[in-house]
Design a protein around this ligand. Structure first.
Ligand SMILES: Cc1cc2nc3c(=O)[nH]c(=O)nc-3n(C[C@H](O)[C@H](O)[C@H](O)COP(=O)(O)OP(=O)(O)OC[C@H]3O[C@@H](n4cnc5c(N)ncnc54)[C@H](O)[C@@H]3O)c2cc1C
Ligand SMILES: *[C@@H]1O[C@H](CO)[C@@H](O)[C@H](O)[C@H]1NC(C)=O
Ligand SMILES: *[C@@H]1O[C@H](CO)[C@@H](O)[C@H](O)[C@H]1NC(C)=O
Ligand SMILES: *[C@@H]1O[C@H](CO)[C@@H](O)[C@H](O)[C@H]1NC(C)=O
Length: 396
């Protein structure tokens, strides 16, 4: 990925493979293509094609020392346009049976994914995966349709029963307002214990992200439920209305660090600061070492000074920023040698992964490739870290 020469044609190829409907270009039907993709990108970024492969990847990751994993299912169901609506006797359009079947299929896939992780792990839930019933209502900022609400309820209950947790992935702004409302509704319903079962995602690159955090904090405080926040910078800068996003990378960085600081220091919004800070937990999802270091040092300082803070956990995506992830693992292990688990001042480290057949993962791989497109600058430090580690092992 650091080579411009390879990256351009590879990106073009992955783009074609992720959209083409031709059998010859379907990696699940074309064996040599399947092998080629597995050796190059799939094995690096994806957890496996079935329960057996995924379990092995999860076990391997935990053997390295990660405290847990986050697992998502990559399948994105596509629907032909003429399959979506049918006209009933009264002449009005309604969703076809196929649409309701998609909600069921999505729920089944999500529950299957849940069974591949263990207590303490996370399930990554992509609500748009449930198809047009979910997407249309989300875009129109309507309440969750009944079929969706039932499916989400079942997923949350199964997650809690297993001792796991789940987070709702953030989407583009056209959907995110509706999704935030659904997330608040789900947290209100299921986050009644000390630690959250459901986490919503806040995208710090949005100019409105701070106000969004305030809304979450106020509602949780007023209504007395536990707030779970996964904090990301945001992945849709290429497709989003640019004016909604901070003007510069520096502003995004500041916004990210400020939100983490607000939560870790338990600050209520200025106009509602008479409310007590709610029970809350923060998952820091970032590949940015400076942001991670800042949040972790705030967290540590507060714990060591006996000041109140909230639970902090960190995670990176499989195949990316291993140098940061492994450093977090090492810090955790060192701290554990010196202190009891109850007294730790360092966060747990997680790896976030996606499973699905090679064809199902093409869309996901395409997004990872785009994310690394500014390749030379953005991945050079990973290459340096890998070279140094290789050398250390040869010498060692
Ligand atoms: C575990 C995990 C889960 C994730 N889940 C989601 C999710 O559900 N939804 C989602 O949207 N993303 C998600 N992401 C991706 C995330 O939003 C970022 O795109 C990605 O992590 C890169 O950001 P970074 O914090 O690692 O830092 P960096 O690599 O330091 O920052 C890059 C980011 O900065 C921002 N940026 C870049 N250029 C500019 C500019 N000119 N002006 C303003 N801002 C700029 C963009 O957000 C860009 O992604 C997830 C990431 C991780 C690690
Ligand atoms: C979902 O799972 C249930 C129970 O395992 C099964 O009966 C049903 O046919 C599945 N539905 C779909 C659409 O896959
Ligand atoms: C403060 O709380 C009130 C109602 O309790 C709410 O209307 C207002 O939006 C809140 N302010 C912020 C910044 O969330
Ligand atoms: C935690 O640390 C404090 C102070 O460092 C110490 O007094 C206490 O005994 C420790 N508790 C446990 C369970 O190790």
């Amino acid at each position: 990925m650091t080579s411009k020469l390879f990256l351009r044609p590879a990106l073009a190829l992955i783009s074609v493979l992720s959209t083409s409907k031709a059998t010859l270009l379907n990696p699940d039907k074309n064996f040599p293509l399947n092998k080629l993709l597995r050796w190059t990108v799939y094995n690096h970024f994806c957890a496996g094609t079935n329960s057996k492969e995924v379990s092995k990847t999860v076990a391997d990751v935990k053997k390295i020392g990660y405290q847990g994993v986050i697992l998502g299912y990559s399948k994105e169901i596509v629907l032909d346009h003429n399959e979506k609506l049918v006209v009933d006797e009264s002449g009005s359009a309604k969703y076809s049976d196929r649409c309701y079947e998609m909600v069921e299929e999505w729920k089944n896939g999500t529950l299957e994914t849940l069974r591949m992780v263990g207590p303490g792990d996370f399930l990554a839930v992509k609500l748009t995966g449930a198809g047009p019933i979910a997407v249309d209502a989300m875009a129109a900022r309507q309440p969750m349709p009944e079929a969706m609400a039932k499916a989400v309820d079942e997923i949350c209950i199964a997650t809690e029963k297993q001792g796991s947790r789940l987070w709702l992935d953030a989407e583009q702004q056209v959907l995110q307002k509706g999704l935030d409302n659904w997330a608040l509704e789900t947290m209100r319903e299921h986050n009644k214990a000390e630690n959250p079962i459901v986490y919503n995602t806040i995208q710090a690159y949005l100019k409105g992200s701070n106000a969004n955090l305030d809304r979450h904090l106020t509602l949780a405080a007023e209504e007395g439920w536990t707030l779970g926040i996964k904090l990301v910078r945001g992945a849709y800068i290429e497709h989003e209305t640019r004016s909604l996003i901070h003007d510069t990378q520096k502003d995004t960085d500041q916004s990210y660090d400020l939100i983490a600081d607000t939560l870790l220091c338990r600050r209520m919004p200025a106009d509602n600061d008479t409310l007590p800070f709610p029970k809350a937990a923060l998952f820091l999802a970032t590949h940015n070492a400076a942001s991670a270091a800042k949040a972790i040092s705030t967290y540590q300082e507060r714990l060591l000074a006996n000041k109140p803070t909230i639970t902090l956990e960190c995670g990176q995506i499989q195949g990316m920023a291993d140098e940061l992830s492994c450093q977090l693992v090492q810090n955790y292990e060192r701290a554990l040698e010196q202190s009891s688990a109850a007294n730790l001042t360092v966060p747990k480290a997680f790896k976030c992964m996606t499973w699905g057949s090679v064809a199902e993962c093409m869309g996901y791989l395409h997004r990872r490739a785009i994310e690394n497109r500014g390749a030379v600058e953005r991945t050079q430090h990973m290459v340096t870290a890998l070279r140094r580690e290789l050398w250390r092992r040869i010498i060692g």
